[in-house]
Design a protein around this ligand. Structure first.
Ligand code: UTP
Length: 291
């Protein structure tokens, strides 16, 4: 079985839920505390054993490229001023992993974005990671859990968790049979169903391991929900040819593509930081007393 060493991060969306910030700043560069959301995703990939990352970008997304590049002038200044911790942080980002970029020329949907990864995948399975979902698991990163599942089962793996029934229309929803603890074999998939039409509340949450057969399926996928070429629809076609599984990953997931999820992540990540925890929790306690 081919090992999963490549990850694709689609980041070409307009980020309309974060306008006006995303007019000039890519949504993926909006920081949680002091780190852009896309860096958390790249760190999860690296900590899961990924060696190469392809970021699908679009117009107005150059800041993402700059973030993962060397910054010679900045490093020189930090070195001269003996700011070693900051220098380390800045250097680490550019040295973490090989990051490649390709532009999606028209925003025709997530499935269309992933089809740009065909050459990069070169016949190997790929991880697909969406920046809207940041998952915290201090023991084993979400993606590593999924790679382990892939190595056990040998088919595509969709990262899922159960969501509130009222929320199903935001996600791809899985209908399947449970084959073991936390694992389902997928029978059908539906993108963004109305709650009354949803077969289950098991939602795909921004993490996938996908076998190379997906690219041929993407070519055959017509426009779906929202007039976009949906990855979920292509995965459903794939499931007709080969087994596709869903894995209920362990970890706290933040929907940072939405304002409420983003605020929760900001507060909780700050509380996990040693340099901020005491002062910030004191502030929150005082604030709470005033509410
Ligand atoms: P979303 O549906 O969250 O869209 O895309 P968005 O533009 O990022 O954000 P909103 O909803 O307008 O606020 C899901 C993922 O698919 C990528 C997005 O970048 C995001 O990671 N995507 C979507 C593309 O790469 N290309 C597309 O054409 C559409």
């Amino acid at each position: 079985m081919r090992k999963v060493t490549k990850a694709v991060i689609p980041a070409a969306g307009f980020g309309t839920r974060f306008l006006p910030a995303t007019k000039a700043v890519p949504k993926e560069m909006i920081p949680i505390v002091d780190t852009p959301t896309i860096q958390y995703i790249v760190e999860e990939a690296v900590n899961s054993g990924i060696k190469d990352i392809l970021i699908i970008t679009g117009r107005g997304k150059d800041a993402i490229m700059n973030h993962f590049d060397n910054s010679f002038e900045l490093e020189t200044v930090l070195e001269r001023e003996n700011k070693t911790e900051l220098l380390k942080a800045v250097r680490e980002v550019s040295q973490m992993v090989d990051v490649h970029f390709i532009r999606q020329k028209e925003q025709k949907g997530l499935g269309h974005a992933v089809s740009y990864a065909k050459q990069f995948a070169a016949g190997e399975p790929i991880a697909v990671m969406l920046g809207d979902d940041v998952v915290v698991n201090d023991k084993k990163p979400c993606l590593k859990q999924m790679i382990d599942k892939y190595e056990e089962l040998g088919g595509s793996i969709l990262g899922v968790q159960t969501v509130d029934h009222s929320q199903v229309s935001k996600y791809g929803i899985v209908d399947g049979e449970k084959i073991s603890d936390r694992t389902y074999k997928v029978n059908s998939l539906v993108e963004k169903p109305r709650p009354e039409d949803a077969p289950t509340d098991v939602a795909i949450l921004g993490r996938y391991i996908i076998t190379p057969g997906i690219f041929e399926c993407l070519e055959r996928t017509p426009k779906g929900a929202g007039g976009e070429i949906q990855l979920t629809d292509a995965l459903f076609l794939l499931a007709e040819h080969e087994p596709v599984y869903a894995y209920d990953f362990e970890g706290k997931r933040y929907d940072v593509g939405n304002k409420m999820g983003f605020l929760q992540a900001t507060v909780e990540f700050a509380l996990r930081r040693e340099d901020l925890r005491d002062e910030f929790s004191e502030y929150l306690k005082n604030l709470n007393a005033q509410l």
